[in-house]
Design a protein around this ligand. Sequence first.
Ligand code: ATM
Length: 252
Amino acid sequence: MARGLFIVFEGGDSAGKTTQVRLLANALRAHGVEDVVTTREPGGTDSGERLRAALLHGGEVCPAAEALAYAADRAQHVAEVIEPALTAGAIVISDRHLDSSIAYQVEGRGLRETDVRAVNQLAIGRLVPDLTVLLDIPAADAERRGRDLGDRLETAGLPFHERVNRRYRALAQAAPERYAVIDARLPIGRVHADVLAAVLPLVRRSEAQNLPGQEPAPAPPATAQPSTPSARAAAAELAASWPVTASQEPRP
Ligand code: ATM
């Protein structure tokens, strides 16, 4: 059984990750990909959901405890959900992963990157996403989307969220072959088309490699792509060959 694909969505608050994870999973299933697992951090397991409730809606915790709790959630998530699914050949789509801890706990809270990476090393081992889709939205635009700002981090303030965004962009710039940076201010359907344009070449390459007797296909070009008109045209062309489009999905 060939190993599956690990796709992660990252981005600031109100970037639309949850919607885009659902749209991508629907599109892949409609395309005939049988084994698609959607999951999230924090959460994704029973113990993780309890940690999520404590982290987001419990009392104050110090930054170190917060970082350790996210890493504990991640360790259980990797062991119980992500690794078994990848081993079984699934496409795993996670709403957040390690980069969230680098953006929020290192850049947002001010912890040392070496410390946060060290505890997460214990959690994830050698697991690296095949592709991280960064839904990029300026903190001020995210705030204007007017979501219910209920949890501890969402109320951390604009400068905090600007720092988080800057770190996300820096992570993507440092490894553009593993990231797709997408303008999350665009309408949902346009963002979905850009997501498909980034993900489909990876899925097709993986499918081609897994056909018996097939030579591995050449690696696709770097996937990081601003949503320029030409990128959107390419995305629309790709999306048109798929049975499901974002226009069939209601806005949440
Ligand atoms: P979602 O709203 O995407 O489910 O994430 C919950 C919060 O968890 C999010 N808060 N805001 N804004 C970011 C935070 N978080 C971290 O701070 N570190 C992490 O490692 C993870 C996975 C999430």
